[in-house]
Design a protein around this ligand. Structure first.
Ligand code: ATP
Ligand code: MG
Length: 454
């Protein structure tokens, strides 16, 4: 309770001074009791929104119809929400009507999980915990408030929230609750959850130490089948002898091994999405091989992320990561080959590619010291080549197209482009060639060869 910020305490005191009450509720109470820092402080009150508006100087009527007023203190936003009861849910997403109530217990009853349904009055330190939230916090259990089947039948998003909380809090889902998540009626309700909400829950799940916990729960209950059936093709998809896991198991291991950056983790989730479709059994090696799964995977990732309403920028970046994720085989690469690789993947993408490749090999479930070293070697080489100014395109050449046309006496046309492209290849293999005179000499040679061959 000492950890409740002075301003939050101030809000609750001010409500009391005006004959009303204020409790902190939801995620902040949960996090406070777990000894974790709270993200944002939500206050519940029996005062009506208009009354709250009158009690504080700087207020924003954020969502009056839902009873929410934002109070601004020293630049920080605090949401103060009037106690609400149960409304009927006909759309599977939000109650049809908001009914204000005076009883804090009624407000807690409409909340999703017991650990999210505890209220604390920071003025007198009184805890209101009608559903055993404290007990479940101690036992590390996610349990629906009330009758689980009804709760998931009201609001399909709760299935994803349960999956997410089990991963981020590292709690188990109570068996009755989990069973209800997979009930046909819950899944029917789930289908009405918007793609944007699914995307947000995916991204929030990626902040867990082990995001696989959330995705395994989504798989077990059937919601992954609805949002991303492609991923389930990896279940039972046997790989070659270098892998200890099937594709699904490998992807889950990669997720947990990857750095905690949400978009990178989405790339880890999708990096092998095409493997099951591109698998072929080889009689000779008695093993499975995967043809072009990066290219098809990038196409599938684009489709999936578009469907889940990721921004075009995020979608394209993740698809590019999937497209280029196999990078750990630099044995025998010349500097030119490394420079071409940088050019292909773009310098901007390279750091995320090393990170993705590392999680990929770490997710193989065996000793991968060699691969890890190979990736590190490529990273070091590519970084130093880049720092040395590896020429990557025509714009980096020490000669311009118009100079070339003037010196060679040729008109604008495709030939100029061809020569420039050849010069780029030349300096990619040997940057010392990137001098005006040398480039000019080389273009004369190229132009002559071209004329002779015509
Ligand atoms: P975090 O902010 O860490 O994601 P949170 O528990 O604070 O977790 P919010 O989405 O901020 O989650 O919601 C605040 C509170 O509102 C929750 O703790 C819960 O009591 C209630 N709540 C949120 N979404 C739902 C829902 N879909 N059904 C029922 N109650 C909900
Ligand atoms: Mg919150």
């Amino acid at each position: 309770i000492e950890k409740v910020p002075e301003d939050v305490l101030g809000i609750c005191r001010r409500l009391r001074d005006n004959g009303k009450r204020g409790w902190i509720v939801g995620g902040c109470v949960r996090d406070l009791l777990r000894g974790e820092p709270a993200k944002d402080w939500d206050v519940a009150t029996d005062a009506r929104p208009e009354e709250v508006m009158r009690m504080f100087r700087k207020v924003i009527p954020t969502g009056l119809q839902h009873g929410t007023v934002t109070v601004l203190l020293r630049g920080v936003h605090y949401e103060v929400t009037t106690l609400r009861g149960e409304g009927a849910y006909s759309d599977g997403r939000r109650p049809d009507s908001v009914e204000f109530v005076d009883d804090i217990s009624a407000d807690l009853a409409r909340r999703d999980f017991t650990v999210n349904a505890i209220a604390l009055d920071p003025v007198d330190g009184h805890l209101i915990d009608p559903f055993g939230g404290k007990r479940d916090l101690d036992a590390r259990v996610v349990r629906a408030v009330g009758e689980p089947r009804e709760r998931f039948g009201e609001d399909g998003l709760r299935i994803l929230r349960a999956a997410r909380f089990s991963a981020t809090l590292e709690f188990t889902i109570d068996p009755d609750t989990e069973r209800a998540m997979g009930e046909p009626r819950s899944l029917v309700t789930f289908r009405r959850v918007s793609a944007e909400r699914v995307r947000d829950e995916w991204l929030k799940s990626m902040r867990a130490r082990k995001p696989s916990v959330a995705f395994e729960a989504m798989r077990r209950t059937g919601v992954l089948e609805i949002t991303c059936p492609e991923l389930l093709e990896g279940v039972g998809c046997v790989q070659n002898k270098w892998h200890a896991f099937d594709v699904w198991g490998h992807v889950m291991a990669c997720l947990d091994a990857s750095e905690p950056m949400p978009l990178l983790r989405v790339a880890a989730l999708l990096h092998d999405v095409a493997k099951p479709r591109t698998r072929a059994f080889s009689e000779k090696t008695e093993d499975y091989t995967f043809y072009d799964h990066e290219k098809i995977g990038a196409e599938m990732a684009t489709e999936i992320l578009g469907r889940l309403r990721f921004s075009n920028e995020e979608r394209d970046r993740i698809a590019a990561l999937v497209r280029h994720h196999l990078i750990c085989y630099d044995e025998g690469w010349t500097d030119g080959a490394v420079r071409r690789w940088i050019r292909r993947v773009t310098p901007d993408l390279a750091p995320d590619l090393y990170a993705l490749a590392l999680s990929d090999v770490r997710g193989k479930g065996r000793d991968v010291t060699d691969e890890v070293q190979a990736i590190e070697r490529l990273r070091v080489r590519a970084t130093s080549l880049l720092a040395a100014g590896a020429a990557l395109g025509t714009k980096d050449l020490k000669i311009r197209g118009n100079e070339l046309m003037r010196e060679l006496g040729i008109p604008p046309g495709p030939v100029v482009g061809e020569i420039l492209a050849a010069l780029v290849e030349l300096v990619t293999d040997d940057p010392a060639e990137n001098e005006r005179d040398r480039l000019l000499a080389a273009s004369l040679r190229l132009y002559d060869e071209r004329r002779k061959s015509e």
